[in-house]
Design a protein around this ligand. Structure first.
Ligand SMILES: Nc1ncnc2c1ncn2[C@@H]1O[C@H](COP(=O)(O)OP(=O)(O)OP(=O)(O)O)[C@@H](O)[C@H]1O
Ligand SMILES: [Mg+2]
Length: 615
């Protein structure tokens, strides 16, 4: 995962979470506010209904009282009190009076409870109303709800009763208003709310009995279960009517039972508030949040681009320069502009590279000086040995010529022999120096190290088991899947020869020579071990110094040559040894030598090389 995409997801997540939280919070608060508002509206509406209802009751009672107090009514009561009074003469009185007093229902009823005149149902003339003759204090009762039988069928009315007493007989005046859509129309409703009325006229739920201010409610059947439960247990309660999957169509209803004189359920008032507005606002909040998240996504995309550019680009540049430096370009530098941690890093990096390159320069110079000194010392030492006999021989010659010319001839012959021998010795020394100096550069070709190992050991096999010599056995642990390497076979051959010669010298009493090869990542590893005398730690340190030898006829150049060959191949050599146990040389060669490392003269120590003394 790149830094850029990490940054992007981080920004996006932070934004989405915060926007989500805000949106959820706002939604909850809004919903609460709406619910509170609806509750207030509903309460207000119920209170309004009750006020209106009370006023209507009084109004109805007042109008019925007005009819009762009317002169014509009193006269009718007196006339009806006469013996053989003609009751049929008053059949149509109620119709006229109901119109003039705007009452939906009006009945004049005799003292025995039989109807004299009925506005809503003239055919009921003579019909007995038993409930009316029950002892009841009608004036203090006021208006009440009642089921009324009209010509068109049953209805619910707000009814008031009053009486005219003449002698010991009463004339009952029963009048009232129909409870229906007109009544609902008189209620003032806030937006998003409606009032419904269910008239409980039939034993089971009938959709036609559920009305609003314009008539029967559409899809009234949806209310069936609620209203049926209300008719079974009349009580004020709340229920939700869900229609369809859209929550916007859900309506919440507050139910109020309307009871009659005998506590019978005559109607149900339903005050409903639609959730539409709330759902619409929630929807708008959600859309807004989605929009904000979308815009935020875009912004976080830009931000992550920008942030990544600011952070990763300099880091990548730094990495590229670091690679340059590791390849050997010590002049490579990072752009130091820009503040903050990145700038600091760049400055620190440049400083480090600068210091490293200076230190390296010092080291190279010091090494070079040390190498020249060592060479000069060696040369002086090597030349001193043959020079001394040269000088004494010449002096002898001079002496002989001056003192004993007779013997001169003999001394001359002897001396020139010595001189020639010493000059030859000098030539040998110079030859060795120039040999070492003329180490050829490797000519690379694809070679198999295992083949070289086998080839070299084969050359020595005769010597390993020579008669009169303690035997040396060779042991091979060669990796069969060893990859070929780019190397100079002849030089590797020479190096391996030197190592095996040393091993043989280290095992005068015989032993085991072990050769092991294996692959290690991008290198091949060659191990040459013997079970010889071994080396002390301080000896290990100077082993590779040219002319370091502990052997009487050794040159001390063998390991110097090995090291020079390995280093020319871009490889490295190390030694592991224990006194009396044996010595192991480890050589690591790259599969393919990279650009030649800067040539440094063989590392040499400035202190005296002990073993270089020769006879
Ligand atoms: N396998 C070994 N076991 C013990 N000592 C060793 C081994 N290889 C090298 N040495 C020590 O390191 C010294 C240096 O070895 P190097 O091959 O450079 O020179 P040399 O063997 O002494 O001389 P030359 O190689 O000319 O015969 C040796 O004199 C010897 O003391
Ligand atoms: Mg040697």
């Amino acid at each position: 995962v790149t830094f850029r995409s990490k940054l992007f997801w981080l920004f996006t997540l932070a934004l989405a979470v915060s926007v989500g939280l805000i949106a959820a919070g706002v939604t909850v608060v809004t919903r609460q506010a709406f619910e509170q508002m609806y509750a207030q509206h509903t309460d207000a509406l119920v209170a309004q209904f009750q006020r209106e209802f009370e006023q209507r009751k009084q109004d109805v009672a007042r109008r019925v009282q007005m009819i009762t107090d009317d002169e014509a009514t009193v006269r009718m009561a007196i006339a009806l009190n006469q013996p053989q009074a003609d009751v049929s003469a008053y059949v149509n009185v109620a119709t006229g009076d109901s119109k003039s007093h705007q009452l939906d229902f009006l009945d004049f009823v005799g003292s025995d409870g039989s109807i004299i005149s009925s506005a809503e149902n003239p055919e009921r003339f003579g019909y007995k109303l038993d409930w009316l003759t029950q002892p009841e204090d009608w004036p203090s009762l006021g208006a009440f709800l009642m089921k009324v039988n009209t010509q068109e069928g049953p209805a619910v009315g707000l009814i008031a009763v009053s009486t005219v007493r003449v002698g010991d007989k009463d004339l009952y005046v029963v009048g009232g208003e129909r409870l229906g859509k007109n009544f609902l129309a008189s209620l003032v409703l806030p937006v998003g709310m409606r009032a419904l009325l269910y008239l409980n006229l039939d034993p089971t739920f009938q959709a036609v009995n559920l009305i609003d201010q314009s008539g029967p409610v559409v899809e009234g059947d949806r209310f069936a279960s609620f209203i049926e439960s209300e008719t079974r247990h009349p009580a004020a309660q709340i229920f939700k009517v869900v229609s369809g999957p859209d929550p916007a169509n859900t309506e919440e209803f507050h139910v109020l039972p309307l009871m009659g004189r005998q506590k019978e359920l005559l109607g149900v008032l339903l005050v409903g508030s639609s959730q539409q507005e709330m759902v619409a606002i929630e929807h708008r909040i959600r859309t807004l949040a989605e929009g904000v998240v979308a815009i935020g996504l875009l912004i976080s995309l830009l931000l992550s681009w920008w942030g990544a550019a600011r952070v990763t680009r300099p880091v990548r540049k730094l990495a590229a320069v670091a690679r340059e430096v590791s390849k050997g370009n010590w002049k490579a530098r990072v752009d130091e502009r820009g503040g903050g941690e990145i700038g600091q890093l760049a400055r620190a990096f440049n400083q480090m590279t600068q210091q490293l390159s200076e230190q390296r320069e010092h080291l190279v110079q010091a090494e070079r000086v040390a190498a020249w000194r060592e060479l000069a010392r060696r040369l002086a030492h090597e030349l001193k040995n043959p020079l001394f006999p040269l000088q004494t021989t010449v002096e002898n010659l001079q002496h002989a010529k001056d003192k004993s010319p007779a013997q001169f001839e003999e001394v001359f012959r002897e001396s020139t022999g010595i001189l020639l021998a010493e000059i030859e010795n000098l030539e040998k020394i110079i030859g060795r120096f120039s040999d070492f100096a003329r180490m050829p550069q490797p000519e690379l070709s694809s070679v198999n190290l295992n083949d070289i190992v086998r080839g070299v050991v084969k050359l020595f096999e005769a010597q390993f088991s020579a008669v009169g010599r303690p035997p040396i056995t060779s042991e091979f642990h060669l990796a069969e899947d060893l990859p070929s390497i780019q190397a100079d076979a002849a030089l590797l051959h020479r190096a391996l020869e030197n190592l095996i010669l040393n091993a043989m010298d280290a095992m005068p009493a015989g032993g085991v020579l072990m050769l092991r090869t294996n692959r290690e990542k991008a290198e091949v590893h060659l191990e040459v071990s013997d079970t010889g005398t071994g080396l002390a730690p301080e000896e290990c340190e100077r082993l590779f110094t040219p002319y370091y030898t502990t052997k009487q006829h050794g040159t001390g150049l063998g390991l110097a040559v090995v090291q020079s060959v390995i280093s020319d191949h871009g490889g490295r050599i190390s030694v592991e040894s224990e006194m009396g146990v044996g010595t192991s040389f480890h050589i690591y060669l790259p599969l393919k030598p990279t650009a030649r490392p800067a040539v440094t003269p063989p590392v040499a120590e400035t202190r005296e090389a002990v073993g270089a003394q020769k006879a």
